[in-house]
Design a protein around this ligand. Structure first.
Ligand code: CA
Length: 218
């Protein structure tokens, strides 16, 4: 049974989410403050954390930063108000596994939880390869021509998206939706920024700009 920590100070939301998750067979714990959330999250007793950004004591960003200082693997889905979504995307340096903007549909939250738990639990050979790039979905490592490349969580997700669709043009909107989980333009250049990061690490000729259309892995 997967164990989920619900870090949320609004009782109306946490009880709704907890009830829904239990009905799906997950075991849950609710933490209503930042310090409690952090203590539970780093206890090693949870498979996934739903982390509200606006928490009393220590806010969600800081909780995430401290979780990542000791655990780089734990799946963390940030819950954020839609109005601060652009800040959330731009402000996090790839430490979160995913985002959900409030209000969210419970079914969508469940779907994302399933994906993140599946990613975390994958064993055996789970690699994607293309033209000398090898992405290991289990260890979350990328090697380019045999050399290990250090990627942040967000850079990894972006690389994964490109490797799953080699030689295809991916638009900014597609990348935003699939990598950042947002279905509207938050008015930031976050995709371009992260493509730049990836180019710096993989070689600038690996990702081509297709004017007016998006990007392509070559
Ligand atoms: Ca809150």
């Amino acid at each position: 049974m997967s164990r989920i920590l619900v870090a949320e100070d609004e009782e109306r939301i946490s009880s709704f989410v907890e009830k829904g998750l239990r009905a799906e067979g997950y075991s849950t714990t609710v933490a209503a403050t930042g310090p409690d959330a952090l203590a539970f999250a780093i206890s090693g007793n949870y498979d996934l954390v739903l982390l509200d950004v606006g928490l009393p004591g220590i806010d969600g960003y800081e909780v995430l930063r401290r979780i990542r200082a000791s655990d780089t693997q734990l799946a963390v889905i940030m819950l954020t108000a839609r109005s601060s979504l652009a800040d959330t995307i731009a402000g996090l340096d790839g430490g979160a596994s995913d985002y959900m903007s409030k209000p969210f549909k419970f079914d969508e939250l469940l779907a994302r939880i399933r994906v993140r738990l599946r990613d975390a639990g994958q064993v055996g050979s789970t690699t994607i390869e293309h033209a000398g790039l090898v992405l290991d979905l289990r260890t979350r490592r990328l090697t380019a021509a045999g050399r290990t490349v250090d990627l942040s969580a967000r850079e990894f997700s972006l690389a994964e998206e490109f490797l799953r669709h080699p030689d295809q043009v991916l638009s900014r909107e597609q990348l935003l939706s699939r990598v950042w989980g947002v279905d509207f333009d938050p008015g930031s250049n976050v995709v371009d920024v992260y493509v730049r990061y990836l180019r710096a690490k993989l070689g600038s000729d690996r990702i081509e700009t297709v004017r007016g259309a998006g990007y392509r892995l070559v």
